[in-house]
Ligand binder design. Structure first.
Ligand code: FAD
Length: 330
């Protein structure tokens, strides 16, 4: 009988990635619904020191697989480790982040253990009657949300994009079990040889970490006018982000795009400037704590999700807002 919810905890350079902690939080909620446990798979080299942190964020047990060969992510050995854990434990559900690593690993594992996989889920629930996992994701270009169940195969597996689920706060009173699993890795398991890891020299911005985002869309009009947004973001100690149109127009880098094909963000303040509020954009920012929308069209759909709306021209409003904030700060 399959049981318990397993989470693949992603790490890079031995450092836990946020998405794994977010998934442990969601798994905790699902496991409580089912009366099952949350088990985390922590795989890498010198990663055991992260196990306690995962327990404090909601895990009941952490299975640690350590080997120097697992220092950098390589498809085959990681697939071997996860497949072994699944085959030996028969979990009910397995969750992965829909990151570059999760998107590579989860389909391989699904094929090895002969089950299905729902990619890029935005919502996970338990069906009250059947106790099956309800995996919801956008379908048909984001025009509908499809809820998928995997009733004939086990485990039920899903990937979830970073930022979609909320991590639980640290609970220092939580205790759990840590199991070290030894797996033999041989040269033949390394289907790829990593000769050197070269970090991108582009200054990485992670808009998912920003507390304040000043986001611009087609209404901004040009890359030069994005300066207005940058000035405002600077005065608020925030970052700029954008809709897909602004990225496709070459005004902003893709790593700042919010939405279904961009990032999912949950800042304390999201300012949507000249953004209409298309469903694919809203999917990436509706979890923000407070949404302020500025749009010259009073019927723009963005006002439907905004906590505060200003009907007007951003060219007039943004410079005034920035001046006023700088005046208050001075
Ligand atoms: P528009 O919809 O053109 O809106 C511009 C807004 O600016 C209008 O409401 C207008 O009234 C207002 N405006 C104009 N001038 C001013 C001014 N001076 N002052 C104030 N307001 C002004 N989009 C995303 O953002 N992220 C995604 O990840 C994404 N993924 C997609 C995936 C798929 C499969 C598909 C099909 C689409 C996706 N899109 C995504 C595109 C999405 O459907 C919209 O086309 C896009 O979000 C619109 O961007 P926008 O709001 O900037 O532009």
């Amino acid at each position: 009988m399959s049981k318990d919810i397993y989470v693949f905890a992603e790490q890079r350079d031995g450092k836990l990635q946020k998405v794994g902690i977010e998934l442990v939080g969601k798994a905790r909620e699902l496991a409580d619904d089912l009366g099952e446990k949350v088990v985390v798979m922590l795989i890498g080299s010198d990663v055991k020191r992260n196990a306690e942190k995962l327990i404090k964020h909601g895990a009941d047990k952490v299975i640690v697989v350590e080997d120097p060969m697992l220092k950098e992510y390589v498809t085959e050995p990681y697939t071997k480790a996860v497949t072994k854990i699944i085959n030996e434990n028969d979990p009910n559900i397995v969750l992965y982040g829909a990151s570059a690593i999760g998107r590579d690993l989860a389909p391989r594992v699904a094929s090895r253990v002969h089950t299905g996989l729902t990619a890029d889920c935005t919502k996970l629930d338990i069906d009250e009657e059947t106790k099956l996992l309800l995996m919801t994701r956008p379908a048909f270009g984001g025009n509908i949300m499809a809820t998928i169940v995997c009733e004939n195969f086990s485990p039920q597996m899903a990937t979830v994009r970073p930022g979609v689920m909320k991590a639980l706060p640290t609970d220092n009173s939580r205790t759990g079990e840590i199991e070290e699993l030894k797996i033999e890795f041989v040269e033949a398991d390394m289907n790829v040889k990593i000769r050197q890891v070269i970090m991108s020299d582009k200054k990485a911005v992670d808009i998912t970490e920003a507390k304040i985002l000043v986001s611009g869309g087609r209404g901004v009009g040009s890359p030069e006018k994005f300066e207005m947004l940058k000035n405002l973001a600077e005065s608020l100690n925030g970052e700029i982000s954008s809709s897909r149109v602004a990225v496709e127009s070459g005004w902003v880098d893709h790593d700042r795009q919010v939405g279904q094909t961009g990032k999912t963000v949950r800042p304390d303040l999201y300012m949507a400037c000249g953004i209409s509020g298309a469903i694919q954009h809203v999917a990436g920012m509706e979890g923000s704590e407070f949404i302020l929308a500025i749009n010259k069209d009073e019927n723009a759909p963005i006002f439907g999700v905004a906590d505060l709306g200003i009907v007007g021209d951003i060219n007039t409003i943004l410079p005034k807002l920035t001046d006023e904030i700088n005046r208050i700060k001075a």
